[in-house]
Design a protein around this ligand. Structure first.
Ligand code: ATP
Ligand code: MG
Length: 354
């Protein structure tokens, strides 16, 4: 197993910078998710780490040793591609055995190791089938078995669950976590799905425009993001824009003042963006008596979105629509058109860098 350290990595295609001075560290045995919009450089970064492509600049170290110029067959990395890329004419067994064959592993060892890998992904009974005789989830597991059979030091997974429907995807998330824990391999997992990144990983890296915008534990990035990009990309976000005024934030209409804990005040007049997650806001009139020192604003309820357990209330505040997430049972008495007072703690008012 290995840690991976990427330092100042850049890769351009023509004049387009697909990776722009990326630095990020992946600890030994950790499960990392890379999240970012299409074209942000996720696949390019995985390809560099795996040795499928070489950087223009920068360093990739595994357990402290530079590998950025080491060819892929010497890096000992397992990769599952965005499209599984199974060999259609080969059986499941032969697909999984392929990486061992090109490494010159003996026939009895191949049989044993492929058997173990297929058992791990629960496909022991289907070794003789061809890929087109498998379901999407089964194909995905063959691709996974093929990546882990070589006992990789690092496992790279490029949207491995992207093609699966919702319920199969949830099953495979559990499977994948189990397999990763069982073999303890450092895993870097690209996904488009925010919830998947939040539930599965030890840490999340957020990419945009070829840069790592932010990196951290899922709960930290969700509750206390540093950047406007991460705040809006991951989860539902209310963003309040204003200017600093004597250590508080004055919103654009000049009336409402927000205070934020744990923020370093800027000089008066400096622009400020702050994040308040919908579930951090309460309707003040429902919660009596209110603690002092809360941020409060008054608006009008325009819409409500019932989703079972939760209801999202949309509250118009000047030209801004604020989302409030509440347990449905707490929203019964509020009707569309009602004036409501929203309140939240300065602790949940997060100042963002733009
Ligand atoms: N071989 C290539 N030649 C030219 N441009 C490329 C090449 N590979 C990638 N790019 C460009 O680099 C940028 C990053 O691509 P990359 O595949 O890393 O994005 P991604 O984050 O994986 O996106 P997606 O979520 O859609 O898979 C894109 O704008 C892409 O068009
Ligand atoms: Mg990609």
């Amino acid at each position: 197993m290995a840690s991976v350290e990427v330092s100042n990595l850049s890769r351009s295609f023509g004049i387009y910078k697909a990776l722009d001075d990326v630095s990020i560290r992946f600890e030994d045995g950790g499960f990392y998710a890379l999240l970012g919009p299409s074209g942000s450089g996720k696949t390019t970064l995985l390809r560099m780490i795996g040795g499928f492509d070489y950087p223009d600049q920068g360093r990739i170290a595994m357990n402290g040793e530079s590998v950025e110029r080491v060819p892929l067959e010497k890096r000992n990395i397992g990769m599952v591609f965005q499209s599984y890329a199974l060999f259609p004419n080969m059986t499941v067994f032969d697909n999984v055995a392929f990486g061992l064959e090109i490494r010159g592993v003996s026939r009895p060892d191949i049989k044993k190791r492929v058997g173990e890998a297929l058992e791990l992904v629960q496909l022991s009974a289907l070794g003789h089938r061809k890929p087109n005789q498998l379901s999407g989830g089964q194909r995905q597991r063959v691709a996974l078995a093929r990546a882990i059979v070589i006992k990789p030091r690092v496992l790279l997974l490029d949207e491995p669950l992207g093609a699966l429907d919702k319920s199969l995807r949830l099953d495979m998330q559990v499977e994948l976590k189990r397999i990763q824990r069982e073999i303890g391999v450092t895993t870097i997992f690209v996904t488009h799905d925010q919830e998947e990144a939040l539930t599965m990983s030890d840490r999340i890296g957020i990419l945009s425009g070829g840069r790592v915008i932010e990196e951290g534990a899922p709960a930290d990035i969700y509750h206390r993001p540093n950047t406007l990009f991460a705040a809006t990309f991951l989860g539902e976000a209310n963003i309040f824009e204003g200017r600093w005024s004597d250590g508080a934030i004055e919103l654009r209409d000049g009336v409402r003042i927000l205070t934020a804990s744990n923020a370093k005040p800027e000089p008066n007049g400096a622009p400020a963006h702050c994040l308040v997650r919908p579930e951090r806001i309460t309707i003040a009139s429902l919660k009596d008596p209110m603690a002092d020192g809360m941020n409060r604003v008054t608006g009008r309820l325009t819409r409500r979105l019932f989703s079972g357990h939760w209801t999202t209330l949309f509250v118009q505040l000047g030209d801004q629509e604020v989302r409030v997430g509440l347990p449905s049972s707490a929203t019964m008495e509020i009707g569309e058109g009602d004036e409501v007072v929203l309140a939240w703690s300065p602790d949940h008012t997060i100042i963002l860098a733009t």
